[in-house]
Design a protein around this ligand. Structure first.
Ligand code: SF4
Ligand code: SF4
Length: 163
């Protein structure tokens, strides 16, 4: 059986996310100054926001190693009362059958699901809740719907995060 999950060489959350706390501030898409090729350089004294961040891959026991964010191209985080998928791996990530199956289960279960598409480095992502739009789509067409959403996001006016 597989062992416990570990970040390994993944540093996705330390790069992709915006962090806006009194102790640590960093822009989305830009690696934290403490991030090294082997993980956090100040791990023992890292900030409260880093200690409490809930990485969905860690939190959802059903997600195997293929879901680690640097492999799946999807960073799963809480968003309000729901779940957000930050799509870093483009169309391949949102057409992966494992993702589409999880998405179908979440939507059927009534979980609020958000999809976020990164903009240029330093800008907040485009974010949309997909429960209502996907309620009009049959599950076999979810992949096409998600690919369409990624294309539509290209026209989004991404808002820069203040320095
Ligand atoms: S995204 Fe998840 S797996 Fe990757 S470094 Fe962050 S906590 Fe670890
Ligand atoms: S302090 Fe460490 S854990 Fe926190 S964002 Fe920076 S590299 Fe990641």
């Amino acid at each position: 059986m597989g062992g416990e999950k570990s970040c390994g060489s993944c540093t996705v959350c330390c790069t992709a996310l915006a962090i806006e706390t009194p102790g640590l501030r960093k822009q989305p898409g830009i690696a934290c100054v403490h991030c090294t090729s082997t993980g956090c350089g100040i791990y023992e004294t890292r900030f409260p926001i880093c200690r409490t961040y809930f990485c969905g891959w860690f939190g959802l026991a059903e997600l195997d190693e293929s879901w680690r964010p640097d492999r799946s191209g999807l960073l799963i985080s809480p968003h309000g009362a729901g779940i957000e998928f930050l799509v870093l791996g483009g169309e391949a990530a949102v057409r992966r059958p494992q993702f589409l199956a999880l998405l179908a289960r979440m939507l059927a279960g009534g979980t609020p699901v958000f999809v976020a598409v990164p903009g240029p480095a330093g800008h907040y992502p485009a974010r949309v809740q997909i429960n209502a739009p996907l309620s009009r789509v049959a599950p076999p067409s979810f992949g096409d719907a998600m690919a369409g959403l990624l294309k539509a996001a290209k026209g989004h006016r991404f808002e820069p995060m203040p320095p």
